[in-house]
Design a protein around this ligand. Structure first.
Ligand code: SAM
Length: 280
C-alpha cells in the first residue's frame, strides 16, 4: 500500500522549508539546559543521495537545496540550516541530503532523546542501518500517529514533535488534525510542527479551519510556494503549521521566506505566507 519514497523528493523546496523550521525550533530548545525529546512520526530513512536514480529522475533538488549551496548571502536561519547540510556532507561537495532524523541527531545533546517511527519496511531497515548503535534513539516500524499519542507526554516534559506524512491516503489530512488534538490533550506544552503539501488548496483551507476550531491556542503557519495554486501541477507549495512555536520563530521566518520565495520561485511567482492561525 505504501508507495511513497522520499528519495524522489529529498532536498526539494518542501524539505528546505520543513528543515529550516525544524532547525530553528531545535536551536531554540537547545538554549535551555533541560533535556528534551524529539519525536518524528514519519521519519523516513534519514539519508539520501543526490546521485540515486530516484533523485536523478525528478531532480527536485534543483529547485530546493542546490540553489542555496555555497551562497554567502543567506538569511541567518537559512545559514544555520545549511550548516547542518554541510556537516552531513563533511566535504566540499553537496552529495547527500540529511533527512529530518539526521538533522536532529546532529543537533541534539547526549541528554536528549529521539523517537522515530517509519512504517515502510525498506525505509525502516535503512533507518536502522543509519542510526544503529545510537542509544539515544528508539525506532519503531509502526504507525507514527498512534506512536505519537502513545508516547505523550514525554518523560522529559519538553518536546518537539515533527509530523511529516506522505498524504498518500486522502483521510490523512483529517487524521493528522485529530491526532494533534489528542496529543495536545496529553501534552499541551509541547511544540508540534505539521508539514502539509498544497496540491489542492481547499484541503488545506479545511485543515486550517479544523485547527482553528480545535480549541488549541498559539498556532502559526509558514508556507513557501514556487508558483500559483493549480490543481493540475501537483505540489506547488507546502507549509508548516506550528503549535507552541518558539517566540523567535516568526521573526526568523520573516527573515527567510521572502528570500526563499524570490530565489526558488518560478518566473517571479514564488510566494510565502506567515500567519498566526490562533493567538497565544
Ligand atoms: N520526515 C522525513 C524527512 O524530513 O526527512 C521524510 C518523511 S516522508 C515525507 C514520509 C515517510 O512516512 C515515508 O518514508 C513513508 O514510508 C512513511 N510513512 C507513511 N505512512 C506512515 C505511518 N502511518 N507511520 C509512519 N510512517 C509512515
Amino acid at each position: 500500500l505504501l508507495s511513497y519514497r522520499h528519495s524522489f523528493h529529498a532536498g526539494n523546496f518542501a524539505d528546505v522549508l520543513k528543515h529550516i523550521v525544524s532547525t530553528s525550533i531545535i536551536d531554540y530548545m537547545l538554549k535551555k539546559e533541560k533535556a528534551f525529546c524529539y519525536l518524528d512520526t514519519h521519519a523516513g530513512c534519514g539519508a539520501y543521495s543526490f546521485q540515486s536514480p530516484e533523485a536523478l529522475k525528478t531532480k527536485e533538488f534543483n529547485n530546493g537545496i542546490f540553489p542555496l549551496w555555497g551562497r554567502s548571502d543567506l538569511p541567518v536561519p537559512v545559514a544555520r540550516y545549511m550548516e547542518q547540510v554541510v556537516e552531513f556532507n563533511a566535504q566540499s561537495q553537496l552529495k547527500h541530503y540529511p533527512g529530518s532524523p539526521s538533522i536532529a541527531v546532529q543537533m541534539l545533546r547526549d541528554i536528549d532523546r529521539l523517537f522515530l517511527f517509519e512504517l515502510h519496511p525498506n525505509e525502516f531497515i535503512n533507518m536502522c542501518a543509519n542510526f544503529s548503535g545510537n542509544r539515544q534513539i528508539k525506532m519503531a516500524k509502526s504507525d507514527g500517529l498512534q506512536g505519537l499519542i502513545a508516547n505523550m507526554p514525554p518523560k522529559a516534559r519538553r518536546g518537539f514533535i515533527l509530523i511529516d506524512p506522505s498524504y498518500e491516503i486522502k483521510t490523512e489530512y483529517h487524521q493528522v488534525v485529530e491526532t494533534l488534538i489528542q496529543a495536545h490533550k496529553r501534552f499541551a506544552t509541547g511544540t508540534y510542527a505539521l508539514w502539509y503539501p498544497v496540491v489542492n488548496r481547499m484541503t488545506i483551507d479545511k485543515m486550517e479551519k479544523a485547527l482553528k476550531a480545535s480549541g488549541i491556542k498559539n498556532i502559526q503557519l509558514f508556507e513557501l510556494g514556487l508558483q500559483e495554486d493549480s490543481d493540475q501541477m501537483g505540489m506547488t507549495s507546502s507549509g508548516m503549521i506550528v503549535i507552541n512555536p518558539p517566540w523567535t520563530l516568526k521573526k526568523e521566518m520573516q527573515a527567510s521566506l521572502p528570500f526563499l520565495a524570490k530565489l526558488l520561485g518560478f518566473d517571479n511567482q514564488g510566494f510565502y505566507r506567515i500567519e498566526t492561525l490562533v493567538a497565544e
